[in-house]
Design a protein around this ligand. Sequence first.
Ligand code: GLC
Length: 571
Amino acid sequence: MTKGSAPRDSDWWKSAVVYQIYPRSFADSDGDGIGDLRGIIGRLDHLAELGVDVLWLSPIYPSPQIDNGYDVADYQAIDPLFGTLDDFDELVAQAHARGLKIVLDIVVNHTSDQHPWFLESRSGPASPKRDWYWWRPPAATTGGPPTNWGSYFGGSAWQLDPASGEYYLHLFAPEQPDLNWENPQVRSAVHAMMRWWLARGVDGFRLDVINLIAKDPALPDGVIDPRTGFANGEPHYANGPRIHEYLAEMRREVFQGNDSGRILIGEMLSVGVADAARYTDPGRGELDMVFQFEHVVLDHGSHKFDRIPVELPRLKASLNHWQEHLGPRGWNTLYLSNHDQPRPVSRFGNDRAFRVESATAIATTLHLMRGTPFVYQGEELGMANPPLTELGDLRDIESINYARQALTAGEDPETVWHAIRTGSRDNARSPMQWDASAHAGFTTGVPWFPVNPDHDRVNADRQRRDADSVFAHYRRLIELRHRNPVVVRGDFTSLYPEHPALFAYRRSWGGETLTVIANWSDRPVPIPADLRQRDQSLVLANDGTDEAAETLGPWAVRVFAGSIAGNPDRV
Ligand code: GLC
C-alpha cells in the first residue's frame, strides 16, 4: 500500500500521521518574535518532506492570550499576531497542494471573557445571553462560591461579578468562562461556526477538553482536597449526562452527512477506555478518536507538580491496556507529546547521553501501535526540554500560578523547580529549532520564549542532511505506516510486559506480523531468544542492519517483519 491509497476512504485517518503546530512557537515571518501563519506557509516543505498527512493548528483566533489562544475572543477571525484570513486561505491552499489536510483547534468548553457572547452575558441577569454561561448566586450556606470546585489553573472555579453579585463558572482561568451547553442556542452557534470553517476548506477539528461540556446542571459539590481547599468537580462535569448526545449532534450538524475526508478528534480529561470505546465507535457517529491522559499522568503524585518516578512496566501496562481494550471498533490517538506535555526525550528518554537513540526508540515504540500517531513540532528533531531556572523563564499561566503559590507557601525551592523542569507546559513551548543561527532561524526579532541553547546541535537544517538523524528516522517510520497495512490494521499483543527495560509487542494481520523490540534503558539488554525468530526480516532499526544481533544497545529499537505460516486468516 502506498501513501494516499488508504484502505477505505471512510477511515483514511487510520493510516495517517498528524503533525501538531503550536503557531506562536513554529516560525515567525515578520520579526515580532511570535510565530505566524506566513511562517507556517514558509515551512510547509519541511512537513511534506517529513511525510505527515494532517496538520493540526493550535488556536489562531483573536484572543487576549491569557492561555496562549485557548481563550478565544472571536471564533471566526485570525488574531493579528498570526496574520489574516487571507493568510489562512493561502495556508489551506498551499497545504492542500502538498496533500496535507488542515485540522483546527476548537475551544468551546469556554470562551475568553472578552468574547462578545460573554460581554453580553455579563451585562446583567436580563441579558438574552445570560444563560449562555453558568451564572449562579452565592451559595446560601456560605455566601461564597456556588460550589466548592477548584479550577485547573488554581483557586476556585467561580468568579464573582460585582455588578450583579452573581458568580460565573470557569474550569480554567477566570478569563475563560464556561459555556452552557444546555442552552440549544449555544450549541447551534458552535455548529454554525464550525460549518463556516469547513466551507473555508478545513478538513476537521480537534476539540479542546470536549468531554467537559456536559455539566450536571445541579452542580453538586465535590469532595474537598485538604491541600488546595477545593474539590475536584470532575465527577459532575467530565463525561457528563448529555455528552454523547452533544457529540452526536455536533457531528450531524457540522458534517451534515458528508464525513468523507474529514475528522473529529476529541481531547478528553479523565476518560476511561470503556468510555473512549463508545466515543469512537463509528456506529454511534460521535468522534473518530480521542486523546486520553492516563499514560501522561502516571508521573503525577497527589497533583500534577508532585512528580513521581514511573517504572517502565507501569507505562507499558497503561499503553498496553488501551491497545488491548479499546475494542475492534474504537480507535486510539498515539501521543506522548503536545503543547501541554514535557518533551518525551527528556521525560522518558535520555536527552544527554542517548538523545538520538532514545528519541527514535520512543517514537518507534509509539508509532507502530494501533492508532493514529501525533507528532508535536520539534519532536521529529528530538527537541529536549529547555532550561527553566527562574520565575522570569516561565510564560505558562499554569506554571506561573503553581510556582508562585508554592514558593510563597514556603515549599522547598529545589522541589518546586524540579517539578517545573519536569512538568511545566513551557517545556513544550520553546521555539522550533530550524537551524544553528541566532534564535534558531525561528525569528529575526526577539523570540517571545528563548530558544533552547542546544539549537546549535539540534536543528532541522542539520538533520535533514543526516541519514542517521531523528528526522530521517521519523521519515522512515511514517513511510512504514503508509506502506504496511499491518501497522494500520494489525491486532496488538504485548510481549514481556513485566520486563524492566524492554518495550516489545507484536502486531499481526492477514498472516503477516511486525515485532517491535525496544530497549528503553541506558544499558545493553539481550534480546530474548523467542523474539529472534530466523524467518523474520529487519524492516526498521536505529542501531544498524545486523539482523542477527543478540543484544540491543542502550535505547536501540528493532522492527522485524514475519509471517504466521499456515495462518488461516492469511489473505
Ligand atoms: C486543553 C489545552 C490546554 C488549555 C486547556 C484549556 O487542555 O490543550 O492548552 O490550557 O485545554 O483550554
